[in-house]
Design a protein around this ligand. Sequence first.
Ligand code: HEC
Ligand code: HEC
Length: 216
Amino acid sequence: MPSRLSVLLVLCLAGPLAGQEPESVFTAVCAKCHGASAEGNAQIMAPSLAGLPHWYGSLQLNKFRDGVRGKHHADLTGAQMQAIAATLTPELVTAIASHLETLQPVPILTPPGADPRRGGELYDEICAKCHRFNGQGERAFRSAPLTTLSGWYLAASLRKFREGVRGSHGADLEGPKMREIAVRLGDREINDLVAYIALLAERYPPGESGRKRAAQ
Ligand code: HEC
Ligand code: HEC
């Protein structure tokens, strides 16, 4: 996991961010952890962001920026992202989030031994009403698009909600809804759900190109 020092180093090397093009900020700052094509890096727990809809990317970047996310004492990976987001202007948040949406999403890997059939039952019963039948989220509820994030990250995020490491800040409007759901999930159920979300990503390809294909 990158240390606080390496976060500072990334920022120093990138220089002043305001006024730069979103693509160059992405390459200079974000790509160090999230990968050159925003494909993610499991070793440092930085998720894939390619194809993430702009409204959700902005929502989360602003949460980090305002310290509503990533400030819990046990949230070490969130703290990395919080430190980075705090240096972004509101204009850059919007511009980078729009840039992420244009990148090609990567496939979600199924956790070993997980049961997508059981995951599908749970998904339809609990998750579909907010995250939709296709896992692409619902802007009106601000419920996350799930099929553009890495599989290991979906599982890690569900565990963070379950343990209250994410979603317990007093000013977090959406996180508590997810906490209520996640406290009911065991590790096995979480993996089964991720296996099913991986299937959804194949069935309903997310991202701009997938949406265009679906509309044809
Ligand atoms: C030092 C490494 C590092 C750098 C640099 C970094 N990130 Fe992150 N980012 C992370 C980690 C780790 C997480 C996961 C945080 C968590 O688990 O809550 C994350 C999470 C995110 C998320 C949340 C995704 C979601 O849906 O939950 C977004 C959006 C994001 N990063 C965007 C960016 C952007 C844009 C930049 C460049 C301005 C950037 N990151 C730079 C490490 C980094
Ligand atoms: C009542 C509506 C609701 C239900 C039901 C629900 N979610 Fe969510 N979910 C949300 C909202 C809203 C967010 C955004 C939380 C935030 O902003 O931090 C979210 C976020 C998430 C995230 C985090 C994505 C990220 O940014 O890291 C995951 C993973 C997730 N949900 C999975 C699930 C799964 C799996 C289920 C079913 C077991 C489920 N959710 C049920 C509303 C819901």
